[in-house]
Design a protein around this ligand. Structure first.
Ligand code: X2X
Length: 340
């Protein structure tokens, strides 16, 4: 039994003795929920839905306020997890990428070309891998409740059509806060620079970087075509799911009934968020891709052969990071995907 579980068991025993039951009147006036982007990004929509559902179902006992732009950690999204664990942030709807500096297993979702489609992503988050990831987060001192989605991250730039790794030679790319992204883009011959989301936007505007990678929902809400990002390659190389989570002490302060409301509201908000994140980006409904094409953007999909060249060139990174993440977890993920 881990120390965490021992403490939980002790806590439960105390609660049954009636010594310190959580009382609704001890609640804070406001619970601070961190996100990177606000509405109308699907991420912000999921967070707002969570807060609204909780307010409604607790009849106002729990009042959650969303703080977008990771403003509670001065815009540094790689510090969000630590801040939540320490209670500087009460709750978060966070990306697996942004929490992976502290929880190395979360790099699983950044393994290049692991998840070919939405069914593969669902096979991970909704299967044994998702359960294992939640156990790992609990062992790291936060309470995970449900999944939502930022999306498949596609590569965009202002200079060239990207179909082959060679096309990326020397491209200045803004990458997110896990070193695996530096490794991947270096392997492809690009010139990656790690930057927070807050810094990425001015860097794209001024042309300090040539390109970036993010889900198309982020691209379209920001009108990145107006920032010169007129080449988009749909390569589905990684996807970042989002996780709803609560600081442990805050969680323990809620009554069992309110904990259940928080959890089920997160599950419902997550389902809605996933739906919104995929809108217009599926085979059945590619309307968002068409809309982006309509702005004169060069949107390309890769042939199987073209995709394979990227798989091959990033394979050493995949293998190296398998050791960091844990071979067992990667194997479990590969198996879940194969059986999806
Ligand atoms: O910084 C990004 O690229 C973003 C908004 O997608 C994340 O927070 C992972």
């Amino acid at each position: 039994m881990t120390l965490f579980r021992t403490m939980m068991a002790a806590g439960a025993a105390v609660a049954t003795l009636g010594l310190s039951p959580a009382l609704a009147q001890d609640y804070k006036d406001e619970y601070r929920v961190s996100t990177v982007v606000p509405e109308p990004f699907p991420w912000g929509i999921a967070a707002n839905r969570w807060a609204d559902l909780v307010a409604e179902r607790t009849e106002g006992r729990i009042n959650m306020k969303i703080y977008p732009g990771v403003q509670l950690v001065q815009g540094d999204q790689t510090r969000e997890f630590t801040a939540m664990r320490r209670g500087v942030i009460d709750m978060a709807v966070g990306s697996t990428i942004n929490w992976s500096p502290q929880v190395k297993e979360l790099n699983l979702f950044s393994l290049p070309f692991l998840m070919p489609d939405y069914a593969a992503l669902d096979a991970l988050t909704q299967g044994p891998v998702g359960e294992r990831i939640f156990e790992i987060l609990e062992d790291n001192g936060v309470v995970p409740l449900a999944w939502a989605e930022n999306g498949f991250r596609e590569v965009t730039n202002s200079k060239v059509e990207i179909r082959r790794p060679e096309d990326m030679e020397g491209l200045k790319m803004r990458v997110v806060g896990s070193p695996i992204y530096n490794d991947m883009f270096s392997a492809m011959g690009a010139n990656p620079t790690q930057m927070s989301w807050a810094d990425a936007q001015p860097a794209l505007t001024t042309g300090a970087v040539d390109g970036q990678e993010n889900p198309l929902t982020i691209y379209s809400v920001l009108n990145m075509h107006e920032l010169g990002q007129t080449n988009v390659t749909l390569w589905h190389y990684v996807a970042d799911p989002l996780i709803f989570a609560v600081n442990q002490e805050v969680w323990d302060s809620f009554t069992a009934e309110d904990q259940e409301i928080l959890r089920s509201a997160a599950v419902d908000a997550g389902a809605h968020g996933i739906e919104v994140a995929r809108e217009g980006l599926t085979e059945d409904d590619p309307s968002l891709i068409e809309e982006i094409r309509g702005y004169g953007v060069n949107v390309v999909s890769l042939t199987e052969e073209e995709r394979q060249a990227f798989v091959d060139i990033t394979r050493p990174v995949y293998e190296e990071w398998t050791d960091v993440i844990g071979a067992d977890l990667v194997e479990m993920a590969e198996e879940s995907i194969a059986n999806r």
